[in-house]
Structures are given as structure tokens and as C-alpha cells.
Design a protein around this ligand. Sequence first.
Ligand SMILES: [Zn+2]
Length: 276
Amino acid sequence: MPELPEVEVTRRGISPHITEQVIERVDVRTPMLRWPIPSGLSALVGGQRVTRVERRGKYLLIEVGAGWLIVHLGMTGTLRVLPRAALERLPDKHEHVDIVFGQTVLRFRDPRRFGAILWHARDAGDVADHPLLRALGVEPFSPDFTAQLMFDRTRGRSVAIKQALLAGDIVVGVGNIYASESLFRARIHPARAAGRIALSRYVALAEAIRDTLAEAIAKGGSTLRDFVSSDGSRGYFQLDYFVYDRAGEPCKVCGNAIRQIVQGQRSTFYCPHCQH
Ligand SMILES: [Zn+2]
């Protein structure tokens, strides 16, 4: 499943190819993904120039004069920049939407159809106030994301720290993989009550979250050229994990066996020796 690093790498991959380019039309072959694609989308954005491609949480925001296309990759979605000649071959059944530019096509492919393409008109106000975006926590690379914020927002909460991270209302983008990895690096046990973690430990956790996500983005950056190939089958890149998906294998720091537990129906991996 694409997490924040994959979405950010996608943003960096497509942005240079579509920014300042004029959308000619949008070809929608599958009108229903996770939610319906707005009808008349082609008329709304046709003739409009892309001014920016931004990201908020796992949403990509493609800004044009009249508003924003909001794109979510769901569980299996990809966006790829293809030469316009790609329109000449028959699309496969998972290639649901083409945003057509003069020289290129931005193609949305999503076998499981949990992704979304939505529209937020500028008349409706700032896109940050969109119902899907306004309740999101702070961005992990924003100066607003601090240990103090995590400390303040968790006082009095008995929820496990792993669950508090996954909820996304304090900080966005720390999905299942990155929660386990960040907690390992900060040496915090994933089941520890968020409200009982000291500020000094949140300093380590905030740094671990930023480092883990930044490393994943950097690793994805080395595959950027894949965003302009016609091959939509490549899987998502992976970090060399310390704990994630390594149950029973030796901890890379202490050699003890990594353990797996279930929290909120999601698997958590941790080292019982290094994390407390
Ligand atoms: Zn260990």
C-alpha cells in the first residue's frame, strides 16, 4: 500500500512533467473508484494550466486556476507520466483515468479501485478546508511537528503509542510500517501508553519519524525514472527494515528475536530487548 513516502515520491516524479502544462481533457473510463469521479471533470479542468503539485498527508493536490484535483492512490493506485502516443494503444482494464496534456498523459492505474480523484473548486474555499483534509494532523516535515506537540496532544491518553501514531490526527504519514520502524529507532515499546511517555522520549521519536520517512523518500528518489516509463507493474520500494515483517529474526542491534503483536487489527513488530 502506498504510504506517505511513495506519495511524496510520486509527487516529485510527476511534478516536473505536468507543472505549467495545460490540461487538454480528462478521459474517465471508470467513473466509480472509492468515490465517484465528479461528472464533467474534463470540462472543469480542460484548458487549465497546472500551477503546482502538492501533497497533504497521502493526498496529492494538483492545482489549476479553477481549483484542485485531489488524488488518493488508495491501496494499489499509481500515477505515471506517459508520452501522448500511449493513447494510441488500448488501455488495460485497470487504467481508469487519463489526464491528457499536449505532449504527455498522466495515467491513473488502480487494480483494486480504492483510490480517488476528486475536485475542489476555488470558489469553495481553500483546499485545506476540504472535509478529507481539514482534520489531518501536522506534516512530519513541517516545523509544527515537534516533540512538544506530541507530548501535549497525548497527555491523559491511555492509547498505545503505536495506535496514537496510526490515528493520523497528531502527525500524518506514519503508517503501519513507519510506526513500527520509528518506535524501534526511538527505543519505545509500541504498546506503551502515549500519555505516559516523557518529553525527552518524544524528542527521540519525532527525530526517528522524520529520519525514517526521509530515508524512504530518498530511496524512492532513486527510482524516479520509473514514473515516466510505460511499465505500471513495478512494486513499491522498501526500506531495509529493522523490525517490520521480521518476526522471529534477530534484532539488527542486539540479536534478540523480533516479536510480532496485533494492535487494532494491525501487526506491530518490535524488539523486546531494545524497546521499553
Ligand atoms: Zn534489539
